[in-house]
Write a protein that binds this ligand. Structure first.
Ligand code: PA5
Length: 450
């Protein structure tokens, strides 16, 4: 019998053998189509199976250098160019300290808050800094603006040495960032042309910041490699990623509109955000797709638990659970027992947390909410690597079942274009209204006044 790395169970949702069998042929066809397509951005499918020793060496050498000369690595990026690295870092770092083999890694260029970047500059004032600017297109507004600021900061601080302290991760050929990097001579890491932003976490995009933060990237890639091997199976009955994709699709077909990813470890909050972008940008097209939302339990049970249990029946829940978490705390025995908790004094917090997951699954299932449970053995680099690949593979299948392209993001491009248009108008406009600018004449924006 094969031991599955991810154990999947379903509660309160009926899937007969026949329901599954309807999808067998389609899943197999999509699998082959994705594997063989040379037009789609499917390079990530093979990344963990390739020989990436040279890249890992280069990343580890760069990490040693950064550790030797810097207190902080500032990573500039947005969307797929930062969410994965931050997710891995947060999931695998201790809560209040840093891993022994890591230095501080801070993210900027993911928002346009002046306050955020101003505070960052103040924070960096007495620190030794390296910068890693990451952008596949090399043209995205948020990271480009942040890089302009940080580049000048570095040049002012380090003079000629700044060039050695700035590392660029971008496309091999295209984009303004690539041109700047070539002209100035910044050190470069390449994002493969056939890998899109949100599928790029297992390339230098995610690996360099994660390594600097102290993550064991070899274990991460070992997990991803095992996932890539296990999930090459075209048979739906043996491929959990495809089973998860089919379940999501059937949920959508049966009228559910929201998938709520829930986990029980606060360290996974940023991982949730990576997952949310992966599924949201891959599927939300042509007026279709599940809205990906996330909660962290037990915290959010006291905020949104009521709605989940008894509110509009639009959602199903995916519970993500790791059986073993590195550190734990025993509930102490207290002779006073004023709080009446001595009955738990032989238990640990993680045990109680685990039990609360079962309680949540049962209660929500009783409340009529379908629950998919994904269980992994341990929260560590290996299993995070495995899970990342699992979700990417499931996502590509799930979007394909919906009939949308998993790898483009026309809606995001539309936002980027509109913002650029507005900024250009803003620059030339004299009249500033309460929205902060005069809107272009072509704008379809409709404003209703009371
Ligand atoms: O998944 C995607 O492709 C996007 O989310 C991009 O990662 C994001 O828009 C940033 O783009 P870029 O890396 O080109 O700056």
């Amino acid at each position: 019998m094969t031991i599955r790395t991810i154990q999947m169970s379903i509660f309160n949702f009926e899937m007969t053998k026949q329901d599954w069998s309807i999808y067998e042929a389609e899943v197999e066809w999509i699998h082959r189509h994705l594997a063989e397509s040379s037009e789609m951005l499917t390079g990530w499918l093979h990344v963990p199976l390739e020989d990436h020793r040279a890249l890992l060496h280069r990343i580890e050498d760069t990490k040693q250098e950064i550790h030797a000369y810097a207190d902080v690595l500032v990573v500039i990026g947005v969307g797929g160019s930062f969410l994965g690295a931050r997710a891995i870092q947060d999931a695998l770092s201790p809560y209040f300290t840093r891993p022994t083999d890591g230095i501080e890694v801070i993210y900027v260029g993911q928002n346009m808050s002046g306050s955020y970047i101003d505070s960052l500059l103040q924070y960096l004032a007495n620190k030794s800094v390296y910068v890693n600017v990451i952008s596949k297109s090399g043209e995205t507004m948020e990271p480009a603006l942040a890089f302009r600021v940080l580049r000048q900061f570095m040049e002012k601080r380090y003079g000629e040495e700044a060039v050695d302290r700035i590392i660029v991760t971008t496309d091999a050929e295209n984009g303004r960032l690539k041109q700047i990097a070539d002209r100035i001579g910044y050190r470069q890491f390449t994002i493969p042309a056939d890998i899109g932003g949100r599928y790029s976490v297992l390339t230098s995009v995610g690996l360099l910041p994660a390594a600097v933060a102290g993550v064991d990237i070899r274990m991460l890639m070992a997990g991803a490699r095992d996932a890539a091997l296990a999930l090459q199976d075209t048979a739906l009955e043996r491929n959990e990623a495809y089973q998860y994709a089919v379940l999501r699709h059937v949920m959508f077909e049966r009228g559910y509109r929201v998938e709520l990813l829930a986990s029980f470890e606060p360290a996974l909050c940023k991982f949730h955000e990576w997952w949310m972008q992966l599924f949201g940008e891959s599927e939300g097209k042509q007026r279709k797709g599940l809205f990906p939302s996330t909660v962290n339990y037990s915290t959010d049970l006291h905020a949104i638990g009521q709605f989940i249990q008894e509110g509009s029946p639009i959602l199903f829940e995916t519970l993500l659970h790791f059986k073993e978490i590195e550190n734990d705390c025993k509930v102490p025995y207290d002779v006073r027992d004023e709080d009446g908790l001595n009955y738990l004094s032989k238990r640990t917090f993680n045990e109680i947390n685990g039990l609360s997951m079962n309680g949540t699954a049962l209660a929500h299932a009783e409340g009529g909410v379908p629950v998919i449970q994904l269980m992994l053995p341990k929260l560590d680099a290996y299993h995070i690597g495995y899970l990342i690949y699992f979700f990417m593979k499931a996502c590509a299948m799930s979007a394909s079942l919906l009939g949308v392209n998993p790898f483009d993001q026309p809606g995001v491009e539309a936002y980027k274009r509109k913002t650029l248009e507005l900024l250009q108008t803003f620059n030339n406009s004299i009249k500033i209204d309460s929205l902060g600018m005069e809107l272009p004449k072509s704008s379809v924006y409709i404003r209703n006044e009371y």
